[in-house]
Design a protein around this ligand. Structure first.
Ligand code: BTN
Length: 244
């Protein structure tokens, strides 16, 4: 991965560029990195604050030969890769909140957004967006975000070299992606569960159709969250916000 890197100063969203390049047949592993995004996209149509020179805002184009329902697995692979890279790079112990938030000391440092391009029932490309708060200082966060968001620099009390962390993330992602293509999702699922905070705990999953409260049991082979409610019924959650 990363043999083909598109580096930009300011963009709307690296996801948008990645979609365009994917349509123009960019090879698998193409990376788009920007210093700043004016319209950074988060999950569920939210905005992703992407100030200049402080974070890692990048998108990766992958073209695995898998059916669309398996696409969420790529989000989980990416989360494991980013956690391992942050761990090695900073000595901090990040944890994953299903499906894709990476937290340090309970606050969010990273978001991952996976988008698909498919024709009929075949995936033509998966665009994985990774946003990491690296060198933001506490003062740069609005009051209301300070309780829920943080940066690597705040947590390890020094300024970090973003380029070194990008290199490490791409190495880890490549290793795990090849492991996945060769051995399937099971080894990744075990790794993912070892970093997950919500598994075994009582959570509330807010979905578009309503809330489900219960114990998070784990994830399925497709990366779907299993939650058992008080009556013993097991719900499969495909998309939701999780509260611990
Ligand atoms: C989330 O809501 O947690 C996901 C945030 C994903 C943000 C990244 S930053 C790089 C890429 N480009 C975007 O516009 N979004 C993703």
């Amino acid at each position: 991965l990363g043999r083909d890197i598109h580096y930009e100063e300011t963009v709307d969203s690296t996801q948008k560029i990645a979609h365009r390049l994917a349509n123009e047949d960019a090879p698998e592993g193409t990376i788009i990195i920007a210093e700043e995004q004016l319209l950074g996209r988060g999950r569920m149509d939210r905005r992703w604050h992407s100030p200049k020179y402080t974070g890692i805002w990048m998108s990766v184009i992958l073209r695995p030969n898998i059916p669309p329902p398996k696409a969420p697995q790529l989000t989980l692979i990416t989360a494991v890769a980013v956690v391992q890279a942050i761990e090695d790079f900073t000595g901090l112990s990040p944890q994953i909140k299903w499906p894709n938030d990476i937290l340090i000391n309970g606050k969010k440092v990273t978001g991952i957004l996976t988008e698909l391009q498919a024709d009929a029932d075949r995936i033509t490309s998966i665009i994985i967006g990774i946003g990491i708060n690296v060198n933001q200082k506490v003062e740069e966060y609005p009051e209301d975000l300070r309780a829920i968001a943080t940066s690597l620099s705040i947590e390890c009390d020094k300024k970090l070299q973003r380029a070194d962390l990008i290199k490490l993330i791409l190495q880890k992602l490549e290793q795990l992606y090849f492991l996945y293509l060769e051995k399937g999702f099971y080894p990744i699922k075990l790794l993912w569960e070892s970093y997950a905070i919500s598994i075994g705990k009582y959570i509330t999953a807010r979905t578009i159709t309503g809330s489900i409260h219960g114990k998070a049991l784990g994830i399925t082979e497709d990366g779907v969250l299993k939650v058992e409610d008080d009556s013993g019924k097991v719900h499969h959650i495909y998309s939701a916000d999780i509260e611990l």
